[in-house]
Design a protein around this ligand. Structure first.
Ligand SMILES: [Zn+2]
Length: 109
């Protein structure tokens, strides 16, 4: 038996998740958030860049994660400080690279 919320497996006979109280199900094949192997696509220097790139990736159905570095985890780039990073589904990395190229061309204009 599995908890659809936590994803933990429990022994047969247990009806409710001891952790969250959710009713257990026989299988969790339809996970809400499938786990992709993520690959680092690029670092971005501003939040605006991150959101722009994210929307372009979304348009191409490329699963992505954007994140910002917290204080103490700032990275120096050629351009100075990075705001954060964009990661994508590793399987779609090639396509994501093309999106990134488009994005960079667009920024240069
Ligand atoms: Zn649970």
């Amino acid at each position: 038996m599995f908890c659809p919320k936590c994803g933990y497996e429990y022994k047969e006979g247990i009806k409710k998740c001891p952790d969250c109280g959710e009713e257990l199900v026989a299988s969790i094949e339809e996970k809400k958030h499938p786990d992709f192997e993520m690959a680092m696509l690029t670092k971005v220097s501003t939040e605006f860049d991150a959101l722009t790139l994210k929307s372009m990736l979304d348009d191409m159905d490329i699963e992505n994660i954007t994140g910002d570095y917290t204080a103490g985890y700032k990275v120096s780039l050629d351009t100075g400080k990075a705001w954060g990073y964009v990661m994508v589904n590793k399987e779609k990395f090639k396509l994501a690279k093309e999106v990134l190229d488009d994005f960079e061309n667009y920024r240069r204009r």
